[in-house]
Design a protein around this ligand. Structure first.
Ligand code: ADP
Ligand code: MG
Length: 275
């Protein structure tokens, strides 16, 4: 670079123009790399088609990475987690083969659903986040939310007369992840709005739901038996169910910590019950 800057300004003219063109054509990697790769390839006597090929490859790799990062930001994951940090031996009840198959995202293409069921702390959210991340990496748009936040958002949108726009947005995303269905019961209106989201997505987009409640208790959060039946009917038509009935990973790890720090068992058990 120092060598380039040492050149008289009129010799840099074409380079300045070239960089302008690259930027206007949205080819930032070309703008950044063309000179260095050119110098390397010239030194090694590599021909122009291969030079251009290399630059195009670099631009496409970078573009794919930028788009993936954009999809991950758009998904609004509360944290990013992957299966790299998931210990399958700590989740013995979980069908590992099925989870790894789901991580290939064929079910997202097929607009199927996944429901992860199990008590608190068994890794439902972790699994949902990891499947969401895998979908982003495979090129799908993803939205991550909790059932309570989604219902809140729907009611707010309805009050502000922008429900249609939100419903459309929720219907279009390739994978909608609704975490924690079951902790907070909904009002009748809230349940209706949530039902409509699932209903619109039925056979149009993939949906992942996690719940601490078995199906026969879903009425307790949705209120109406009729609505629960209709919702489950749609959600479970094309579904992969992940039964996660192991011990709480949170509790297990805090018990390990407790052994080291000497906190009483009573406090931890009480604490875990509220999370
Ligand atoms: P749930 O959503 O079922 O209540 P989480 O997915 O939030 O449980 O898990 C609780 C915590 O334990 C999280 O920090 C999560 O990353 C971790 N965790 C749970 N199961 C596992 C596992 N099998 N391997 C690694 N970490 C796990
Ligand atoms: Mg959770």
């Amino acid at each position: 670079m120092r060598h380039e800057h040492a050149r008289p300004a009129h010799c840099r003219g074409p380079q300045v123009l070239l960089i302008n063109h690259f930027k206007a054509l949205k080819l930032p990697t070309l703008a950044r790399e063309y000179e260095k790769v050119g110098a390397d390839y010239a030194r090694e006597g590599i021909d122009y088609p291969r030079y251009l090929l290399r630059l195009c490859e670099l631009e496409r790799i970078d573009r794919e990475r930028r788009m993936m990062e954009r999809r991950i930001r758009a998904a609004k994951f509360p944290v990013t987690k992957s299966f790299d940090s998931f210990d399958f031996t700590a989740a013995p009840g979980l069908n590992k083969a099925l989870v790894l198959e789901l991580a290939r995202c064929e079910w997202v293409t097929q607009r199927e659903n996944v429901i992860a069921l199990g008590p608190s702390g068994v890794g439902k959210t972790h699994t949902a986040l990891a499947l969401g991340l895998a979908a982003c990496q495979k090129g799908f748009s993803v939205t991550f939310t909790t059932a309570a936040a989604l219902v809140h958002e729907l009611i707010e949108a309805r009050d502000e007369k922008r429900l249609r726009a939100l419903q459309k947005q929720l219907a279009l995303v390739k994978l909608l992840i609704v975490d924690e269905l079951g902790y907070v019961p909904f009002t009748a209106v809230g349940a209706e709005l949530l039902f409509e989201v699932f209903s619109r997505r039925y056979e149009h987009g993939a949906t992942l739901v996690t719940s601490n409640l078995p199906f026969d208790e879903w009425t307790s959060v949705l209120g109406s038996e009729r609505l629960t039946g209709a919702l489950l009917d749609r959600l479970t038509h094309h579904v992969h169910i992940l039964e996660m009935n192991g011990d709480s990973y949170r509790l297990a790890t805090s018990k390990q910590r407790q052994k080291k720090t000497g906190i009483s068992d009573h406090v931890l058990t009480k604490g875990a019950a509220t999370t």
